[in-house]
Design a protein around this ligand. Sequence first.
Ligand SMILES: NC(=O)c1ccc[n+]([C@@H]2O[C@H](COP(=O)([O-])OP(=O)(O)OC[C@H]3O[C@@H](n4cnc5c(N)ncnc54)[C@H](OP(=O)(O)O)[C@@H]3O)[C@@H](O)[C@H]2O)c1
Length: 395
Amino acid sequence: MIDLPAADRHHLLVTGATGLLGSYLVRDLLLDGQPLAVVVRRSRRESPEARVERLVARWEHELGKRLPRPRVFAGDLTKPRCGLADADLDWIGRHCSGLLHNAASLSFRGSDRAAEPWLSNVTGVANMLAVVRAADLEHLHHVSTAYVCGLRIGTVAEDDLMVGQDFGNDYERSKVEAEAMVRAAEGPATTTIYRPSIIVGDSHTGFTSTYHGLFAVLRLGHTLQTKVALGTTSGPALLRLLGIDPANHKNFVPVDWVSEVIAHCVQRPEARGRTFHVTHPEPVSNVAIGTLVQEAVERFSRAASPDDPQRCDEQWFADNLAAQLDVYRSYFRNDPTFDRTNTEAVAGHLPCPTLDHPRLMRMARFAIDEDFGRAPRLSPRAVGAVPGAASSPAG
Ligand SMILES: NC(=O)c1ccc[n+]([C@@H]2O[C@H](COP(=O)([O-])OP(=O)(O)OC[C@H]3O[C@@H](n4cnc5c(N)ncnc54)[C@H](OP(=O)(O)O)[C@@H]3O)[C@@H](O)[C@H]2O)c1
């Protein structure tokens, strides 16, 4: 390795590269020519290096072009200084000028602060801030969530944080604490915050690697269709059963657009120091979600057969549902209006693709074809176009 003087700090340190949003950020930043270093933990089967190699190779396959490799550091947010060795910190200090902290636990429930989501989201942020100080990183970028607003209604400004609001779950509480710690951090010259709303699949291919939110309700409809011989599934009836108000709206954003906006802002000096609501200007109504679930499971899920020995009865479904009702309700409560002044000012030329029925159907089909992450998957692939689906993103 060639030693570089401190002036050559061109790399951006990124966390959460192996996650849904992180994998797109890696793609977009590498395509923009931004040299990257990533902090990645081992998985059960693979080393951090192998995970990153698989991720970059997957994009190369999809894009049909070579990409540079990020420098990989084995690290875990839950460990002091994220488990990075002195030599790692030395390299980061000499080569990196900023951190894009995107890693987080998306566990919704857990009051034990020694477990998730607190461990990665609060202790993990404290550990990451120690890395920022040790490596003297100048620019801090943090991926928060629009739902730091908790249960607020009305209009939420991009700079609002703790205004006495209540929260829907422990994940939101942990993310609000994390954002407060990041804002208060001493050391970096600038701190920039990105607050996406609910991230769904890729607007072009339907690809996703996580199945929260929209996909959780879809999965419920799919389970009903495939395991319980009830006859025709009714999406609107399912929403009623879940206590989801059809008059409410949810703010979904496609992962490729969220990444495009963040990658753009990270590289623009005029974006530094601001907070961005990376949210959709046109939320989706719960009525549209009900229709989507119904149509998607009727078209793409195999219907339960009365002769199937694996078939479950309605009581099984009701019991399983009861255990998870509060999670669904906290997800599908009404959203406030997220003010987008900063996002419009810096990334207004990157319009968010319309989440119309054909595009949402493509995402639903991907999730069902992948059996919500249970089917073995080596690479993201475009889902064959749903008849009538838009073939290119709006804008
Ligand atoms: N998904 C949404 O709807 C949504 C909405 C708003 C904001 N966000 C925010 O967006 C960011 C990315 O979310 P996502 O949807 O891409 O989640 P994701 O797919 O679950 O990815 C999470 C990433 O964080 C890493 N990570 C978690 N805990 C870690 C730890 N202790 N040490 C090291 N790495 C750790 C994971 O690594 P492994 O692969 O090793 O697990 C993974 O790379 C998060 O900050 C999240 O809060 C997400």
